[in-house]
Design a protein around this ligand. Structure first.
Ligand code: NAP
Length: 321
């Protein structure tokens, strides 16, 4: 029987499904050596949120497929997997809508100061009717700039254009005609997007090209009233530069689901800023979506080990090997 390593706990029915096809070995990824030993003895692996380095795969000669319970695959060295003949599968689409909801909740929370003012009420500060000191900013009718208008960016654009009557700007290496037609999205250079947007939303994958895509210079080129939303990966933003920009009033605020170091260290200056909403990487984290992702990843893995997987493959080149 085939052997699968799971480095994330799985819903019971998903685990049951995998067990119909293979022996499943559950490992604790924080215990490095037993994890690596299990990978060396496995045909497949499934998990999320853990860096899988080439060194961890040395001697894993049986390994044929890895399946990440995520759409992003920046935790893997894709070229190295391809060289080793290991298929990497991921879970696009199933998490698109719930992640777009998270982006929009950050937009609204930042603009209308939802978290700050809810804390203010809880602290007993609401003693007379509110005034300008508690006012926020409008969202409807404003300009949103989406850096990376793909699946999730497209779902954000739909909410923005059709739900909130917003103007949509975006950057991509290639045009997204569907979003242009359906939501009036306009593809511009990053400099124009930064200069014109009231909300700048990052939804690019983390790659060598997108690492620190937003740094001090880019933050300076944004409107003083602008809000930065990052639900991509922490490293797409230079976090030190962002902290500086938020302190100096270079930009108005930030809604962040992802950080340089996760969990966010308790002494991060971001945590003491009233103009920051920080979430614990909850982009896709609803019961329904996380279940759909786990099932999708399990089905991907079983099909990859059978040699029948045709979709959700990150490194298609591997099939030609
Ligand atoms: P996607 O459909 O592949 O969209 C990514 C978009 O980014 C594409 O439109 C792509 O267009 C653009 N892009 C890629 N490289 C770029 C570059 N160098 N410069 C400018 N644009 C670039 O992926 P998705 O499903 O929307 O997911 C996007 C990312 O969201 C994931 O990779 C993941 O990191 C993140 N995510 C986070 C959470 C969370 O919990 N916060 C949840 C899900 C996903 P071109 O190829 O034309 O450039």
């Amino acid at each position: 029987m085939k052997k699968i390593v799971a480095w994330k706990s799985l819903p019971e029915d998903v685990l049951g499904y995998l067990q119909q096809h293979a022996q499943v070995v559950q490992v604790d990824p924080s215990r490095h050596d037993p994890f690596v030993a299990a990978l060396r003895d496995a045909d497949g692996g499934i998990g999320a949120s853990v860096k899988i380095t080439p060194a961890m795969l040395e001697g894993a000669s049986r390994l044929k497929a890895l399946s990440t319970i995520s759409v992003g695959y920046d935790q893997f060295d894709v070229d190295d997997l391809t060289r080793r003949g290991i298929v990497l599968a991921h879970t696009p689409d199933v998490l698109t809508e719930s992640t777009a909801d998270t982006v929009f909740s950050l937009i609204l929370a930042c603009a209308r100061r939802v978290v700050e003012l809810a804390d203010w009420v809880r602290a007993g500060q609401w003693r007379t009717s509110i005034g300008p000191a508690q006012f926020g900013l409008d969202v409807q009718g404003k300009t949103i700039g989406i850096v990376g208008l793909g699946r999730i960016g497209g779902a954000v654009a739909r909410r923005a254009a059709l739900g909130f009557n917003m103007n949509v700007l975006y950057t991509n290496r290639s045009a997204n005609r569907q979003a242009e037609q359906a939501y009036g999205a306009r593809r511009v250079e990053l400099a124009e997007l930064l200069a014109q947007s009231d909300f700048v939303c990052l939804q690019v994958p983390l790659t060598p090209e997108t690492r620190h895509l937003i740094g001090a210079a880019e933050l300076r080129s944004m409107k003083k009233s602008a809000i930065l939303i990052n639900a991509s990966r922490g490293a797409t933003v230079d976090e030190a530069a962002l902290i500086e920009a938020l302190r100096n009033g270079t930009i108005h605020g930030a809604g962040l689901d992802v950080f340089n170091t996760e969990p966010l260290p308790a002494d991060s200056p971001l945590l003491s800023m009233p103009n920051v909403v920080a979430l614990p990487h909850i982009g896709s984290a609803t019961h329904e979506t996380r279940h759909a992702m786990a099932l999708n990843a399990a089905e991907n893995l079983v099909a990859a080990l059978d040699g029948t997987l045709t979709t959700n493959i990150v490194n298609r080149d591997v099939l030609a090997k």
